[in-house]
Design a protein around this ligand. Structure first.
Ligand SMILES: CC(C)(COP(=O)(O)OP(=O)(O)OC[C@H]1O[C@@H](n2cnc3c(N)ncnc32)[C@H](O)[C@@H]1OP(=O)(O)O)[C@@H](O)C(=O)NCCC(=O)NCCS
Length: 298
């Protein structure tokens, strides 16, 4: 029976199944050549001046026990994705150690083929094997793809909202915008992480929630429209633009209007004690007073 299997073995099984589904082989980037390929992927995903990670820094991070992996095409061996996680300390984690996932990226033409899921499930299995129970990272709350990926495909818990987390950023993906971030907290053996790893975490559509959830932020013809602040007992929906990165490239002023509207909506919801419990299939955060309801019932 599945429940009798050691959780680490089960995590590796899920990881291998994800590799097969995405037609990739994922391995730790242990050699200098592996690490050069990791940098090639990360610099493609976050283009800018110079490199995202210098070779000596990456070498030092891997040497001192950080997680660094590369996803290669199963047939051609071409590097298609990479992930880098730093081992950090937190008083909130049993054992005091967690992985801070600094970067995870997939070559642009190869996104939405489940390579990102495979990379993260490899990171999950590795971390569990090392006795580390949590992987955490920050993500841009405006990017719908990442919100859906983190909450629905991986089963993370969404924690605090940080305004301008990194200060000014100069890479081509983020330049000109504010670096607001949400914290993703991936409790690796939680029910929702295990359901997600098995491909069994289901998201509702916002249409199915109209009777229980009121919209706090909507998207009308590409512009953000905010509605009255929530009360403590409400469930609210905060809609995202379908592709904030494209909006930022095409119309930076509109992207900033979205940034501030989302910041305001999230602040109002957080002040009312609401927290993200799910992301809908059409790209809205569900925030509610009690966490986890949609994880259990959908
Ligand atoms: C985030 C990232 C690593 C995910 O990798 P990926 O290989 O595309 O991920 P997957 O294919 O495994 O899963 C993506 C899911 O998001 C869904 N998705 C894609 N665009 C979406 C959108 N605009 N709205 C909602 N969901 C979206 C995909 O359909 C897929 O779900 P599915 O499994 O139901 O098909 C990749 O998009 C990336 O490199 N992004 C740029 C770098 C980045 O932002 N990294 C993450 C920092 S937290």
């Amino acid at each position: 029976m599945a429940s009798d299997i050691d959780p680490v073995l089960r995590a590796w099984e899920a990881s291998r199944a994800a590799d097969a589904a995405a037609s990739v082989v994922i391995e730790l980037a242990e050699t200098a050549e592996d690490q050069r390929q990791v940098r090639e992927v990360l610099d493609h995903v976050w283009p800018g001046e110079g490199t995202q990670v210098t070779p000596n820094l990456l070498r030092a991070l891997v040497h001192s026990g950080s997680y660094c992996s590369l996803a290669r095409d199963r047939d051609t061996g071409r590097p298609l994705g990479a992930a880098l996680g730093l081992v950090g300390r937190s008083g909130e984690v049993p054992g005091g150690v967690f992985v801070h996932s600094h970067m995870a990226g997939v070559w642009e033409d190869y996104r939405d083929r489940h390579i990102g899921t495979a990379l993260k499930l490899h990171q999950r299995a590795w971390s569990m094997g090392e006795g580390i129970p949590v992987v955490a990272w920050t993500f841009d709350p405006l990017v719908r793809r990442n919100a859906f990926f983190n909450v629905v495909r991986l089963g993370v818990q969404v924690r605090s909202y940080h305004e301008d987390f990194y200060g000014e950023m100069t890479d081509a993906v983020n330049a000109g915008d504010r670096s607001d971030r949400l914290v993703a907290w991936w409790q690796l053996d939680s029910t929702q992480a295990s359901l997600a790893a098995a491909g069994e975490l289901r998201a509702p559509s916002s249409v199915a929630l109209v009777d229980v959830a009121r919209a706090l932020l909507t998207d009308v013809d590409g512009e953000p429209v905010t509605h009255e602040a929530p009360t403590e007992a409400e469930t609210v929906l905060v809609h995202l633009p379908s592709d904030a990165v494209a909006v930022r490239r095409a119309d930076p002023a509109r992207a900033l209007r979205w940034r501030f509207a989302l910041r305001e909506a999230m602040r109002a919801a957080y002040d009312a004690g609401l927290r993200v419990s799910m992301v809908t299939t059409d790209g809205a955060y569900v925030l509610e007073p009690t966490e986890g309801r949609w994880h259990e019932s959908h």
